[in-house]
Design a protein around this ligand. Sequence first.
Ligand code: SF4
Length: 365
Amino acid sequence: MTNIKPSLYDYTKKELLELIQPKFRVNQIFGWLYHQYVQNFDEMKNIPKALKEELAQKFVVNPLTIINKEVSSDGTIKYLLQMQDGKTMEAVWLKMKDTQRDESGEVIQEAKFTICVSTQVGCKVGCSFCLTAKGGFTRDLTAGEIVAQVVTLKKDNDHKHNRKINIVYMGMGEPLDNLDNLAQAIEIFKEDDGLCIGGKRQTVSTSGLSNKIDQLGQMDLGVHIAISLHAVDDKLRSELIPMNKAHNINSIIEAVKRFPIDTRKRVMFEYLVIKGKNDDLGSAKKLVKLLHGIKAKVNLIYFNPYPDTPYERPRKEDMVAFADYLINHGLLCTIRDSKGMDISAACGQLKEKNELSIAQERDIS
Ligand code: SF4
């Protein structure tokens, strides 16, 4: 059996200073981890061999291995990552803006990227439209496994440590169901000597655990929140997200109102649009009423059908009419262009596909 060890990415700098002697070595190690993205202790050139051997007895450096990746024509790259215990999860590299150049070809603005990270293997929430939910829940990710997703993807895309990047906790799992490890990862990302990704560049996307939204707010980490609302009445929302019975729409809206939000920012409400379920103007009207008094932005997302799903992709004209209604009634609204449409776009699809092909290989052998 594999010997599973904690990763150096599990710890803040302050914690590493308690764990590693002499203390000045921690600065060097931090540089190797977050500026050079090394994979193992051997690559840490200025660290004495004896210390590297001592550390290697207790820790691993990067606990993740890339085992598959799919590249979309729009620049989205979906990664399947394996952990020390052999379990897998996904992270996605999203290109948000292309490089801007002037007439002479000089770069005036670098391309902008966002990394979508997972927080659990599987998920307990059980949304009826979600592939991850079908596989059930396996385990929480450690803080190091969350942090290492960003390091691994930055390394694979040759993205230097000091280039800005945004993080969305929107991959597999419900981030607030793994709040302690999530909060630790957020703090590690913020480290000045590390990746220096401030709270305002990190967005926690939740299916609406109202009590945990309050807890996250009390931690005052400076992060943004995004709420997967998807429905405007509790009946439909409970069908889509069974957890809604315990955390209904009203409790979520009240928790959002209590959340400390940067005055320049808005709370993002994700609304997955499903044909014939929630794509009518009556729903749009209720949504306007529900979000009254909240500095909100609504992100309408096309449902992307996958095999055996009972739900359908909405018509473009219904999507546009829905968006127009919100905008005409004072709500900021975007329609999410389906990044990575030509690869496995829905959460959990790459993992599912890989497991299918592994199963098929086993059948053949
Ligand atoms: S959509 Fe998100 S919260 Fe819902 S089951 Fe899937 S991973 Fe979990």
